[in-house]
Design a protein around this ligand. Structure first.
Ligand code: NDP
Length: 246
């Protein structure tokens, strides 16, 4: 399917693994240029760098931690230097930990909220001057923001906060030609956050969906392509469920 993104420039946070990597590949396949960030040097970052080189892709990998303002600014600067104004910003980077509230120290709460919600705020703020007009921002959040989940209240609160941020900024930035939407992912297989409970847990989650299976990273990427494209030109403030009907 051609989403008409050829020649557009996208920035994807957390693109070395899981859903972010699928989004990056999908955007490249559409002919977009992509600037990707990751937090740490690891085998996944090396592999993506090698993949970019072998495809001679219009892509850059930048090490930047979205929980730091200076890194967010540096990432946007590097992106603009490489490929010019940014047409699409995908806020995908996210972390989780599993703890009951009683055992959740304040620094653990802050670490997760400041990466997921804080990182999304920081990236949008840092990008404003460098965004093309029109532009599309896609924030990756989670089905648990709507349904809840025990033992990850920091994560659930941060993901619900992203929905609020999306709705607030769609009103604030719409007049400037910037659309802001969110995707609530269900459990997506082959990712870092797929499921802490192994195969048995996956089977249980699959049974909770209307489609009877977990999602695939590429299925989230397809929804991103739609929201990034002109096919969604009258869509803003939307929260699109990609969760198999959980
Ligand atoms: P993964 O754990 O597989 O990958 C996370 C990516 O984000 C990595 O590239 C990682 O880079 C990067 N990252 C983490 N922290 C930072 C940071 N502070 N700054 C920059 N990059 C960072 O994640 P998933 O693919 O599982 O999840 C992607 C998004 O989708 C997340 O926002 C998650 O909450 C959401 N989601 C996922 C679901 C799932 O089932 N997988 C379900 C619902 C929502 P590095 O390797 O360098 O750490």
């Amino acid at each position: 399917m051609d989403f008409g993104l050829k020649g557009r420039h996208a920035v994807v946070t957390g693109g070395t693994r899981g859903i972010g990597r699928a989004i990056t590949r999908a955007l490249l396949e559409q002919g977009a240029s992509v600037t990707v960030c990751h937090r740490q040097e690891n085998a996944e970052a090396d592999a993506l760098r090698a993949e970019f080189a072998s495809r001679e892709a219009s892509a850059r990998l930048v090490r930047a931690d979205v929980s730091r303002e200076a890194d967010a600014r540096l990432l946007l600067e590097r992106a603009r230097d490489a490929f010019g104004a940014v047409d699409v910003l995908v806020n995908n980077a996210g972390i989780i930990s599993h703890l009951p509230l009683a055992e959740m120290a304040e620094d653990e709460w802050a670490r997760v909220v400041d990466t997921n919600l804080g990182g999304t705020y920081r990236m949008i703020r840092a990008s404003l001057d460098g965004l093309a007009r029109p532009a599309s921002i896609v924030n990756i959040t989670s089905a648990v923001a709507k349904h809840g989940m025990p033992n990850a209240s920091h994560y659930v609160a941060s993901k619900a906060g992203i929905i609020g941020l999306t709705r607030a900024l769609c009103k604030e930035l719409g007049p400037e030609g910037i659309r802001v939407n969110a995707i609530t992912c269900g459990i997506i297989d082959d990712t870092g956050q797929a499921n802490p409970n192994g195969e048995e847990g996956k089977r249980r989650y699959a049974g909770m969906t209307a489609l009877g299976r977990l999602g695939e990273p590429a299925e989230v990427a397809d929804a991103v392509l739609f929201l990034a494209s002109d096919a969604a030109r009258y869509v803003t403030g939307a929260v699109l469920d990609v969760d198999g009907g959980i």
